[in-house]
Design a protein around this ligand. Structure first.
Ligand SMILES: Cc1cc2nc3c(=O)[nH]c(=O)nc-3n(C[C@H](O)[C@H](O)[C@H](O)COP(=O)(O)O)c2cc1C
Length: 398
């Protein structure tokens, strides 16, 4: 059963969090494996003569949302709804919320957000705010800053008295056992799930993270209240720095992610040799293997790419192509985690070498620097060739 949190998190201005821990979800966006779950966070700001609701929950929790909201405020007393981002994991509860409010409430969104609200829910009456626009509501100044492509073109953030309502900006997977960042061990456990969230959800637009961070640096941010995961009261800059580091792909010294498939063990033999050689040279390999017994989650593989120094792929030839699961893995890495990092590719075939052609074609237009393709026939494992490839990597990374 999803846990629901409704707590006052600030006294002045009076702000409440409405967080639901979605422990039922298996695949975020119907693709990313998240056994750790995800929370949806909405916020209510109580002001003089105004009650401002910021974002909402996924539609399947609309009833729970109205019940939780009703514990804090009579929905009929809500005067404004700010929609920072219209993706239905935040806006799905909106139609039910409007019904519970039962009167004309002012909905505030970006220009793109207005278009999407009409497309998704038929909502036409939306006040559009522009980049940097300020509005006085209930005696307080709300500032709206456009952060397009974080994660959709509609996305904006809302700034009030040093508090940034980020929606997807600042989010992460996991159902942390606290609401905020005051407990260091919770934060340390949480941050890898933030990385996983960034790569899988916003990785395709990661340059916009750098643009957005630059834009937000002009604001003094005392707290960051995102649409997923922990809220940041103690050190919001830590989370923003983490976002920038993932977007840049800052490497951890020695970390090399190794991904391979092996149907009958031929690729595995090659990769074992490569992994031994990596360890001998002081690297720390993180290994993912597709076999008839194991199938790693693509979301987990993606999580390990940003802070890797290099990537190594081992692929079997499959109907003159690379193995189907490795093909999907390549495509997702290229789409979500395309970084200027060195790459080695080992290919094993039965009768015709193909990896330089197939993997080469996939990697051609990417930022990855291919150091070598090593083609191996079946069990004719050429240890010298494997050693040469790993030595090339050592030379490259020092
Ligand atoms: C379904 C299937 C399709 C294959 N297609 C090709 C192919 O098109 N060209 C080729 O040279 N080898 C092909 N092979 C042979 C494998 O690439 C070869 O046996 C390789 O060593 C497999 O390594 P692995 O057992 O570690 O996966 C195929 C093997 C299988 C099972």
């Amino acid at each position: 059963m999803p846990k629901i949190w409704t707590e006052r998190i600030f006294d002045d201005p009076e702000i409440y969090i409405l967080r639901i821990d979605d422990d039922q979800i298996k695949y975020f966006e119907a693709v990313w494996e998240i056994p750790e779950g995800i929370s949806y966070n909405a916020y209510l700001v109580k002001l003089n003569g105004a009650n401002v609701l910021i974002d909402g929950w996924k539609g399947n929790y609309a009833k729970e949302f109205i019940d939780a909201l009703s514990k804090i405020v009579d929905p009929k007393e809500i005067t404004h709804i700010i929609v920072n981002h219209t993706e239905p994991d935040h806006s799905g509860s909106l139609p039910a919320t409007l019904e519970a409010i039962g009167h004309n409430v002012e909905i505030i969104a970006s220009n793109f957000g207005k278009r999407l609200l009409e497309g998704f829910y038929g909502i036409k009456d939306v006040t559009v705010v522009k980049d940097g626009e300020e509005r006085e509501i209930g005696g307080k100044k709300f500032k709206f800053v456009m952060t397009p492509w974080l994660h959709w073109p509609d996305t904006m953030v809302t700034y009030l008295d040093g508090i940034l309502f980020g929606c997807d900006v600042g989010g992460g997977y996991l159902l942390p056992e606290t609401l905020d960042d005051s407990n260091e061990s919770v934060v340390e456990r949480y941050l890898p799930h933030v990385t996983k969230y960034i790569v899988t959800v916003i990785g395709h637009y990661k340059n916009y993270i750098l643009e957005g961070a630059e834009k937000l640096s002009s604001l003094e941010i005392k707290a960051l209240l995102p649409g997923h995961g922990l809220i940041w009261k103690k050190d919001p800059q830590r989370l923003l720095n983490h976002y920038v580091s993932v977007a840049k792909g800052d490497p951890k010294k020695g970390k090399v992610t190794v991904i391979y498939d092996s149907m009958y063990g031929f690729v595995e033999n090659v990769m074992k040799k490569a992994i031994d050689s990596l360890k001998e040279k002081g690297f720390t390999p993180v290994v993912y293997k597709f076999s008839d017994e194991e199938r790693p989650a693509i979301s987990e593989i993606l999580k390990d790419i940003p802070d890797s120094e290099a990537l190594i792929f081992g692929v079997s030839t499959y109907e003159a192509e690379i193995h189907p699961l490795m093909r999907f893995t390549f495509l997702e890495i290229i789409d979500k985690a395309n970084y200027e990092k060195p790459v080695l590719v080992f290919g094993v075939h039965g009768w015709a070498p193909s990896v330089e052609r197939t993997a080469g074609e996939l990697l051609k237009e990417t930022k990855f620097r291919i150091l070598s393709f090593t083609e191996i026939k079946g069990s004719n494992m050429d240890e010298k060739k494997i050693e040469e490839a790993i030595s090339l990597l050592k030379k490259e990374l020092g």
